[in-house]
Write a protein that binds this ligand. Sequence first.
Ligand code: CAP
Ligand code: MG
Length: 455
Amino acid sequence: MVGKKSKATVADVSKKSRKKGKGKKIDWYDEFVDRKHKPKKKDVVALFHYEGERGMPAKEVLGRIASESSVGTWTTMPRMPKNLKKLKAIVYKWNKDTAYIDYPLELWEKRSIPQLLSGIAGNIMGMKAVKNLRLIDATLPREWIRDFKGPVYGKEAIRRIFKRRKGPITSTVIKPKLGFTHKEHAELSYEIWTGGIDCIKDDENLTNQSFNQFKQRVRLMAKRRDKAEKETGDVKDAFINITSGDLKTMAERIKYVHDHGFRYFMIDVVLAGFPAVMTASELAHDYKMAIHGHRAMHAMFTRNRRHGMTMLFLAKLARLAGVDQIHTGTVIGKLEGDKKEILAMKDMLLSKKVGEVKGIRMAQDWGKIKSTMPVSSGGLHPGILAYMFNIYKTSDMVIQVGGGTLGHPKGAHAGAKAVVQAVEAYHKGIPVDVYAKKHKELAEALAKWGHIRPV
Ligand code: CAP
Ligand code: MG
């Protein structure tokens, strides 16, 4: 018995169970491992990081992963379906800690992200024989992705919504996260919009609370937005969070945001789940709206570099599901994120086709699925935007500066101006400290925060 009392390892148990079967083969994991196997172009090929339990040979561990994530279970059966052979996943390339597994296309239902994840990110994450398992990425074949509509705009939002040649799209989330009333929220939005910021983002946990009610917030923000657009001559919008406890309410909220003239809405992708995102995307295509994807809760399964699933693969699924922009990290801000993975993810999100990056990203051909823009957010302020831009090296992106705007010593309007001035300085190739000499709000921001990297 494996567990607290016995010293036996998982490997001992599996050997012992064979003996019990008097040496007869009672499992068939070895039928899922074949170095000579060649994947078909139309298959899903997944890349995993794996660590077997102590004493478990790699082939036994990998056979279990391929079997349990496709058609098998722990023991042989006297009756087997005739379809079986063409549905088995096969591990065909591996070394001591990474493995490529080929999954026949027929395993996967069309247009169903949950069903894909039920295989390549399901039971296998909890198998005793596998100490750690991380789904790094998977190449999704054209035959499977062509049934997805993808984003309405992607990076075209810069031109088609904001009527600008180049980005970034700037946004601010009202801080403190919660507490302002819908009236105060709308007033602060007006101050920030007229300070030059493009969009006001709801925080991930702002939905429909008694003190800040969804419909009131939308209605009052629409009025302030129209006023700000008139005064500035610029397009102003918001990432209003439509996430709720059920699909029907989310659909009603999307319609309400649309009916009040907003071009965007926001959804918490992980918390709402991919069926909700896909339903929201159907509506986004009907209403010609863009989706801002917040990724709250992703770190529960993306952060541990030895187990779970990468943010890169989650972002790939978000693009497939129709999200126009998704949080991808700052590298230098308050939330963790590996620079190499973030850059590989950025290219995967913005390009039509990307190649493999060893151990980080699989090749992917997106066909006609539009791009998704990376969103850099979390601990940003005017003193460090340039460092972040130098990492991302693209203007096809969204920046979100919350505390770094509302925390400005002279308030939200000045804070917005300071952020815009820092972006201008970067575009002109002028260091912020020099630009601040002629831009008061930027100087005041630098006086408070300098170039600190919040943690
Ligand atoms: C940022 C933020 C965002 C984080 C999410 C927050 O606020 O609103 O939710 O960026 O993390 O609540 O922390 P600040 P990520 O600008 O004040 O830091 O972008 O990594 O998904
Ligand atoms: Mg937030």
